[in-house]
Design a protein around this ligand. Structure first.
Ligand code: NAD
Ligand code: UDP
Ligand code: UDP
Length: 343
């Protein structure tokens, strides 16, 4: 096991006398920061379904109560409006730390706030984990590899990141968050986990968050041209959200610190993605080229050998199966939006 001699385990189950769930495991109390967001809300669904108590901490910058409303009457669920940049006192067994805007449009909106969230927010959650002996999982990102010079990317690659560019608040913020996580592990014996998440899509993504899958799907539904940035030959690998959530839980429950790449190795150019969205939603959909943004990585594809071997995890949902699953959610929300405008 990769933890240090100072390792402590939480004893809140014993203190609170909470009842066991299933056979051989007591009910856990978990925190999900950023739990009102896209990935966080799907993770909360899984953790509540398996019988644990979940406390969500979220400042609703990009998250929505709508994503969690189905849990509001459940006594095992709690929602706290709180900014992770400020300290907080809680008694918990595990912390899934997701709070941070993930879409380039959102994280560039207030770059200093993005850095504060990644650095001070992560520090506070690690301080909390240290105080109560909780396990801590950081959702880092494939962006730590920057515009990669190694392809596909393995966890051993240290990356090619611009420290002073428009994306740096996110890339360097997450790199610092990883550093803090490892320092609390080595220095204070906190039991930690690090996930490096690759592009993920699915229901509940913000409609206008500027990410490529949500943009193309919303544009095709609205019968607008799909906006391809640059020449459209840059590549990404797209993971369906349920695969990611399974990976995060496997990582938290497993014995290994990581970092682990969690992503789907299927690699597509943006032009290929547009073609698949066209086949899925509207065969008459068109594309329109736009200038690309600064420092856009040319290619990205995870090597997931480590997660396969050590977590026994791999994605199950290919892009052509995952895309249709988000379309009805997008259609409903776009319809509601239009009705709200009186259209
Ligand atoms: P999201 O924007 O939908 O969710 C982020 C959540 O964090 C939102 O609910 C937001 O309100 C909350 N938040 C932001 N700043 C906060 C703060 N200071 N205090 C409290 N809450 C705050 O994004 P997501 O796609 O669900 O991403 C979740 C995590 O996964 C992020 O840490 C992101 O960096 C990481 N990640 C996501 C992807 C992806 O493709 N979705 C890829 C790599 C990494
Ligand atoms: N912290 C927190 N909740 C806790 C414990 C700590 O928010 O339950 C914050 C604390 O305010 C500090 C950060 O986590 O800003 C780091 O805490 P740590 O104890 O590691 O460092 P110190 O307080 O000694 O700087
Ligand atoms: N992109 C695009 N059209 C859009 C939005 C994004 O062609 O409407 C491209 C973008 O230039 C990048 C890729 O899609 O090369 C992925 O962008 P996204 O913002 O989804 O995530 P990133 O991987 O850059 O964080």
């Amino acid at each position: 096991r990769q933890s240090f001699q100072f390792h402590r385990t939480s004893s809140f189950g014993a203190k609170t006398g909470r009842v066991p769930v299933g056979i051989g495991r007591r009910r856990l109390r978990l925190v999900v920061t950023g739990g009102a967001g896209f990935v966080g809300s799907h993770l909360v669904d899984k953790l509540i379904d398996r019988g644990d108590e979940v406390i969500v901490i979220d400042n609703f910058f990009t998250g929505r109560k709508d994503n969690l409303v189905h849990h509001f009457r459940n006594p095992r669920f709690e929602l706290i409006r709180h900014d992770v940049v400020e300290p907080i006192l809680l008694e918990v067994d595990q912390i899934y730390h997701l709070a941070c805007p993930a879409s380039p449009v959102h994280y560039k909106y207030n770059p200093v706030k993005t850095i504060k969230t990644n650095v001070m927010g992560t520090l506070n959650m690690l301080g909390l984990a240290k105080r109560v002996g909780a396990k801590f999982l950081l959702t880092s990102t494939s962006e730590v590899y920057g515009d990669p010079l190694e392809h596909p990317q393995k966890e051993t690659y240290w990356g090619n990141v611009n420290p002073i560019g428009e994306r740096s608040c996110y890339d360097e913020g997450k790199r610092t968050a990883e550093t803090l996580t490892m320092d609390y592990h080595r220095g204070a014996g906190v039991e930690v986990r690090i996930a490096r998440i690759f592009n993920t899509y699915g229901p509940r993504m913000c409609l206008d968050d500027g990410r490529v899958v949500s943009n193309f799907v919303a544009q095709a539904i609205r019968r607008q041209p799909m906006t391809v940035y640059g020449d459209g030959k840059q590549t990404r690998s797209f993971q369906y959200v349920s695969d990611l959530v399974d990976g995060l839980v496997a990582l938290m429950e497993g014995e290994h610190v990581g970092p682990f790449n969690l992503g789907n190795p299927g690699e597509f150019t943006m032009l290929e993605l547009a073609e698949i969205v066209k086949e899925t939603i509207d065969s008459s959909a068109t594309i329109e080229f736009r200038p690309n943004t600064a420092d856009d990585p040319h290619m990205r594809k995870p090597d997931i050998t480590k997660a396969k071997e050590l977590l026994n995890w791999e994605p199950k949902v290919p892009l052509r199966e995952g895309l249709p699953r988000m379309v009805s959610d997008f259609r409903n929300r776009i319809l509601n939006e239009d009705e709200g405008k009186g259209n």
